[in-house]
Ligand binder design. Structure first.
Ligand code: PMT
Length: 433
């Protein structure tokens, strides 16, 4: 999170609710991040949550006693539950289990946490976490819809490997991503605007309810402890895309190679170094994502073997042979994989070319099975790698056929917005994959 984001949370009174799931261990990190951002944090745990993490851990992290029971005369003598409900400016439940969602959707008040939720006018957010089949079950879908209707914001869930061995949607968002989501309503409130309803795109926030994953920057492929192979990508283009997507209302995950740029406001950033790490992070985040944008300049090859010690100059030898092996093609993998329901995100690739821009871009569009490609000529002075400006040829395929548009030289921030808006347009008329 940026300092500005943290400042926006400073002093905020947050009631952190924890229910019974294996993801409860991540709530400790979440409590820490909230405290670091300057929030006042009070924790309420359900009975089941205490089987996964102890109240003492949360007490140590927040410096406040943890509440676990509605019928606790001692705790009630301190701050009564109605007082606690009024104290909270934000109720954040992480993890929220299927059972808790069901009870809240029914308006039940059968333990301290549900009672507080019913008795409070605070902003309400939850990060669901459960087995993928439970998340997909019609009963949970109904409860999620009910909760959205009742004004809850649902953060996630993410998709990927689950503790039970299944793969699919239901993983709790990472604490850093929850923090990024948390600042969004505060930012809107600071500008005197009402937060738009979850999953309801508006003219100002056409990407509301969408999750956009973007890769940016270079990758670094180590040769030995002090040397690596890389390229001149600064990350500016990818970071501009992330900022534009967040401004348009999306939840944005930015997977970044090593760059020295600040994280755009409201964006969850995942730092990686190598192509293999970027591949792993992309595959982990892509489940349930709506648009995937591959802007990173990924090294096509890495050293076959990483030298344990610094490679020494050999006296009398004028040449050194390095054996390289191919890295996975991240974007092609994303475009070619299907989730359990047979779907995949709208996939936008970049093509960095120094000649025959359109021909090479068309080849990449079809060979990697992308939906859109942003082709930039990286041999033009003042554009492309490292520059503040860029120009591009956009080519796409959507439910209405093929399209193309030439974007003249302009600041990367402006070009990024045009790319995201075009992708949103295509997504709205997209054929079923
Ligand atoms: O970061 P900046 O300094 O702002 O510069 C921006 C940029 C020039 C890096 C950017 O606009 C750009 O063109 N990014 C893509 C660079 C690139 O690697 O292009 P490519 O033609 O080699 O790759 C085609 C596509 O496949 C890209 O979407 C790339 O992310 C993806 N790819 C490539 C190799 C690989 N192993 N995995 C991939 O996913």
């Amino acid at each position: 999170m940026t300092t500005l984001s943290a400042t926006r949370l400073a002093g905020r009174r947050i009631l952190l609710g924890i229910s019974a799931g294996i993801a409860a261990y991540k709530s400790a990190q979440l409590a820490r991040l909230l405290k670091q951002a300057g929030c006042e944090v009070r924790v309420v745990m359900t009975e089941g949550a205490q089987a996964f993490i102890t109240p003492l851990t949360l007490q140590a992290l927040t410096g406040e006693p943890v509440r676990t029971s509605l019928l606790d005369p001692e705790a009630e003598a301190g701050m009564g539950h109605i007082e606690l409900a009024r104290w909270a400016e934000t109720i954040l439940i992480a993890p929220a289990t299927a059972d808790l969602m069901a009870r809240l959707a029914q308006g039940m008040a059968d333990d301290l946490l549900t009672t507080l939720c019913l008795a409070s006018d605070a902003e309400r957010l939850m990060a669901p976490a459960m087995n993928q089949a439970m998340w997909r079950h019609p009963a949970t879908r109904r409860n999620a819809a009910r909760l959205l209707h009742d004004g809850w914001r649902l953060l996630g869930p993410d998709s990927g490997d689950q503790a039970c061995g299944d793969v699919g949607p239901g993983r709790m968002l990472e604490p850093e991503a929850i923090m990024a989501e948390l600042i969004r309503p505060s930012a809107e409130a600071a500008h005197g605007q009402a937060a738009p309803a979850q999953d309801a795109p508006t003219q100002d926030a056409p990407a509301q309810g969408l999750h956009i994953v973007i890769t940016a920057g270079p990758t670094r492929e180590p040769l030995d402890p002090v040397r690596y192979l890389s390229n001149h990508s600064s990350g500016k283009m990818g970071f501009a895309l992330a900022a534009a997507a967040a401004e348009l209302g999306a939840r944005v995950s930015l997977i970044s190679g090593p760059v020295s740029l600040p994280t755009p406001e409201g964006v969850a950033r995942i730092d990686v170094e190598t192509a293999l790490q970027m591949h792993e992070a992309s595959r982990r985040l892509v489940g349930g994502c709506d648009i995937f944008v591959g802007c990173a300049a990924v090294a096509d090859y890495r050293a076959e073997a990483l030298a344990e010690h610094k490679i020494k100059k050999v006296e009398g030898e004028d040449a050194l042979t390095l054996r390289l092996v191919k890295n996975p093609d991240i974007i092609a993998d994303i475009a070619n994989e299907r989730d359990a329901a047979g779907g995949r995100p709208f996939v936008v690739g970049f093509a960095a070319e120094t000649r025959d821009l359109e021909a090479y871009a068309r080849d990449k569009l079809s060979r990697k099975r992308l939906d859109m490609i942003v082709a930039n000529d990286v041999s033009s002075a003042g554009l492309g790698f490292g520059a503040d400006d860029n120009a591009a040829l956009l080519l796409w395929r959507d439910g209405e056929g093929e399209g193309g548009e030439s974007l003249p030289p302009q600041p990367k921030t402006q070009l990024a917005r045009a790319v995201i808006e075009r992708a949103l347009g295509c997504l709205s008329v997209r054929p079923v994959h």
